[in-house]
Design a protein around this ligand. Structure first.
Ligand code: NAD
Ligand code: 0WE
Length: 263
């Protein structure tokens, strides 16, 4: 059964074949959606173009979400290419690498602003720019992480940013409700992507994840893709403003404990 037949989806945040955005793109494609991709800058074109071609995607546009004019431009181009769209996926996050280690209180004002701008404001900015061409029954979707709710050592400013992103999801859901556009977030467990590469402590956390989680299974980009399909399809009708967990149940734990050590 194809759940997204006739729907047009624009996906932001593709970097390479490990990107969560790519997992979502593949799942949407399998479910019959017509796709468009946007990526951060020309440095990524070489990686994104072949992925787009492999799914027959012709709308592939750069957009630095720090730039209002760039957001307006991609919205204008999408209007020309698609007319209206049904789905917009925001799979973007960024903080300075040096703020993702050590004490949170060392976050600089500039680093704080940058992380909030790229990881939080951009979702709201995109929502505003695309509002006129979002079709009724459509969906906005963003990606978040459990470090928004509980302390994940080193996640620091990104945890604060994800908390604000989740709050934005609720306010946007309220705003877009009358237009019958739903707004949700997927909270994914740790996945080895570019954004996780070289992050201090990620390896340990990744290894422990499957020892602790209710389901002793790693999270893949295809798992996030499948949940994105459900949320953005008719199956997700009446769900808006929510954070849906794709985390093998990790977030239900009060006392994460390695299973080997339980009797
Ligand atoms: P990724 O590196 O593949 O994707 C992050 C994307 O953000 C990249 O494509 C990058 O180009 C883009 N980006 C950064 N600055 C930008 C800018 N100024 N303009 C436009 N795009 C910009 O890594 P990912 O893990 O797929 O991350 C996607 C989302 O998923 C992020 O919001 C991340 O926080 C979230 N997430 C990741 C994990 C994980 O463990 N990997 C877990 C939960 C949530
Ligand atoms: O949201 C993320 C990734 C966030 C991220 C990662 C980087 C690394 C490279 C944002 N900006 C940058 N900037 C860089 O220069 N995740 C959920 C993955 C992640 O990142 C962590 C984690 C987890 C999990 C950082 C510290 C601790 C845990």
């Amino acid at each position: 059964m194809k759940l997204l037949e006739g729907k047009k989806a624009l996906i932001f945040g593709m970097a390479n074949k490990r990107s969560i955005a790519w997992g979502i793109a593949q799942a949407f494609h399998q479910h019959g959606a017509e796709l468009g991709f946007s990526y951060a800058g020309e440095a990524l074109a070489r990686r994104v173009q072949p992925l787009a071609e492999s799914l027959g995607v012709s709308f592939v546009e750069p957009c630095d979400v720090a730039d209002d004019a760039a957001i307006d431009q991609v919205a204008q181009k999408a209007k020309v290419h698609f007319g209206e769209i049904d789905i917009l996926v925001h799979s973007i996050g960024f903080a300075n690498r040096d703020e993702l280690q050590g004490a949170y209180y060392n976050t600089s004002r500039e680093g704080f602003h940058l992380a909030m701008d790229i990881s939080v404001y951009s979702f709201t900015g995109l929502a505003r720019a695309f509002q006129p061409i979002l079709r009724t029954g459509g969906s906005l979707l963003t990606l978040t992480y459990y470090g928004s709710e509980k302390v994940a050592p080193n996640y620091n400013i990104m945890g604060v940013a994800k908390a604000a992103l989740e709050a934005s999801t609720r306010y946007l859901a309220y705003d877009f409700g009358p237009q019958n556009v739903r707004v949700n977030a997927i909270s994914a467990g740790p996945i080895r992507t570019l954004a996780a590469a070289g992050v201090s402590g990620f390896k340990t956390m990744y290894r422990q994840f499957t020892e602790f989680a209710p389901l002793p299974q790693e999270i893949g980009i295809e798992d996030v893709g499948n949940t994105a399909v459900y949320l953005c399809s008719e199956l997700g009708a009446k769900t808006t403003g929510q954070v849906i967990y794709v985390d093998s149940g990790y977030s239900i734990l009060g006392v994460p404990t390695p299973r080997e050590k339980t009797e």
